[in-house]
Write a protein that binds this ligand. Sequence first.
Ligand SMILES: Cc1ncc(COP(=O)(O)O)c(C=O)c1O
Length: 455
Amino acid sequence: MAESTKYLLNEDQIPKNWYNIAGDLPAPPPPPINQATGQPVGPDDLAPLFAMEMIMQEMSAEREIPIPEPVREAYKIWRPTPLVRAHRLEKVLDTPAKIYYKNESVSPAGSHKPNTAVAQAHYFKEEGTTKLTTETGAGQWGTALAFAGKLFGLEVEAYQVRVSFETKPYRRMFMEAYGATCYPSPSRRTNHGRALLDADPDDPGNLATAVAEAIEMAMSTPGTKYALGSLLNCVCIHQTVVGQESMLQLEMADDYPDVVIGCVGGGSNWAGMVYPFLGENIRNGKNTRIVAVESATCPSLTRGVYAYDYPDSAHFVPLIKMHTLGSSFKTPKMHAGGLRYHGMGPMCSYLYDHGYVEAQARQQVECLEAALVFAHAEGTLPAPESSHAVKVAIEEALRCKEEGKSETILFNLSGHGYLDLTAYQDLAAGVLEDVHFSDEDFAATMADLPQVAAE
Ligand SMILES: Cc1ncc(COP(=O)(O)O)c(C=O)c1O
């Protein structure tokens, strides 16, 4: 009998709990700390910005966190997502490896981002918030939150990194179609944005600035709070439906991964896919390799330091310990806007620093070329961010070919690239360039790291 291509679950197999890797670690990662005192912050310090339920999840060491029923109901719009065996890609690569991908591009917004957007919108609504502000890079997160805001009856205001706002107008239109408003960041709506534009009217913006503007607006507007698309462990927790479903689907295929791969910006889609498998490594002695793939244009894991740093460029929020290039790092222009953040999520950074997982960096040209190999075989055109996972999945399959091994490779196709076509156009036109940094390129922004007594 021919082996299946798609592995599909029923709606009642959507997980009832999210998985929290903190519950399986011998010690928790270092906590966020107050900039002035160097002391850990408590829930009340974070309450002006975030939903209390999310703050409690961020600090939780419970392995399982129940998914509220209204969130599971919203998930049913697109979940469970398919797990696909990439038979055709395997054939093109002539590899003995088995390649599976989890297709998160089938969500309404086109990526994994709605997995946390609907959860956050639910919690904010329950706690009486009427409006959310947020940052967005390429626009995937802004679209997801705009969709979730519409579902749960919340206004959404997104600050989009100016260079993406200008080069990806369809994402802005998509957010607006869901009823959200979207401003290019830096903007003249905030003190922080005005100061930056006064210094440089052509400031292209970056995620750290967009975060700062969204936070400034949330702090100064009644009934308004701030939603974050990545980075925090609570956001990663919401994404673990991805890995949990994948595990069930691989059981249907009577298979288990030797290696699991995801791209990392702040780390949420990767975390959502890999944490349930990492939990099996820790609890049950499984030996799956876990690989994070970042952009060589913004290599916070492979070239950054593990230190307390500012999450936003205005230094509004508490310091978090993360792999970072420094909050004033000016990322060169790149198509994978969602991988363009100076730091990595605190839990992802901790796991990398403690040797639980591997990290690699890849250039955008080789990634988009790999994405085309994938698209020609499997149909879906990956988002530029996801192309980083595709690239390393293909490399692993080719390694298996060289070594004559039929390993099982699983990766997260975190989104489609149908609103990122300029990336593929630039690739075809030969105008994309690789970026190579020297250590000196990071020296100035690393010198900006805060001095923290607790370290
Ligand atoms: C399709 C896609 N994949 C990956 C990412 C990276 O974010 P994270 O590391 O939080 O998954 C983004 C961020 O915008 C994205 O849109």
